[in-house]
Write a protein that binds this ligand. Structure first.
Ligand code: DX5
Ligand code: ZN
Length: 221
């Protein structure tokens, strides 16, 4: 696996052809599939759940599936995603009563676990759970919709979290989600991110391979 992970968000794919779109984006060079789960409660939008994830697995998708839960509550849906074939499960700490327990539930199931911090959520949420984290997902837009503009204040936060991860000495990926494009991915990588979610910037182009290659070139310079 390369040092940098590109994780297209299938939220911006054509849902009527989801299996084909997911295979296409992987063939085009994507590393992970970013799977956005919205519940019309924690966020004002409604998307896809475990049945759709299972259908993707049955369609021959073997790449890691990165499940971003924007749901409240968190715990009772974890098992369904594990059974459906999730690889990584992340959730927002404000959406659960007991952050440590939710992380433990994910880890015990054999999946990788991560916390997601919204633009205004402070970094101190990470402090006492670093030992349980495989991923920190920093939102660079407010969650709920694809196609929003990257919030530039996130760059400082990425630097801060990069320091915390390095100090911990643990192998934790620093993932950034929202408004990531060919034009800003290099700056996001320089701030310390190593995993990049991009929805509209990939799926709204005609040639996924060209876009993913361009993204990689920007961060490998
Ligand atoms: C937003 C989602 C993102 C979104 C990213 O709530 O978590 O993953 O799909 O879309 P773009 O890349 O278009 O900002
Ligand atoms: Zn997401």
């Amino acid at each position: 696996m390369s040092q940098f992970i590109i994780a297209p968000s299938i939220l911006s794919a054509d849902f009527a052809r989801l299996g084909e779109e997911t295979l296409n984006v992987l063939k085009a060079g994507a590393d992970w599939v970013h799977f956005d789960v919205m519940d019309n409660h924690y966020v004002p939008n409604l998307t896809i759940g475990p049945l759709v994830l299972e259908a993707l697995r049955n369609h021959g998708i073997t790449a890691p599936i990165d499940v971003h839960l924007m749901v409240k509550p968190v715990d009772r849906i974890i098992g369904d995603f594990v059974k459906a074939g999730a690889s990584i499960i992340t959730f927002h700490p404000e959406a659960t009563e007991h952050v440590d327990r939710s992380l433990a539930l994910i880890k015990e199931s054999g999946c990788q676990a991560g916390l997601v911090l919204n633009p205004a959520t402070p970094v101190h949420w990470l402090e006492h759970v670093m030992d349980k984290l495989d991923v920190v997902l920093l939102m660079s837009v407010n969650p709920g919709f694809g196609g929003q503009k990257f919030i530039p204040q996130t760059l400082e936060k990425i630097k801060q979290v990069r320091q915390l991860i390095d100090q911990s000495g643990r192998d934790i990926r620093l993932e950034v989600d929202g408004g990531v494009k060919v034009s800003n991915i290099a700056e996001i990588a320089r701030a310390g991110a190593d995993t990049f979610v991009a929805g509209s910037a990939i799926f709204n182009t005609d040639d996924y391979q060209h876009t993913i290659t361009e993204m990689r070139q920007m961060i490998q310079q």
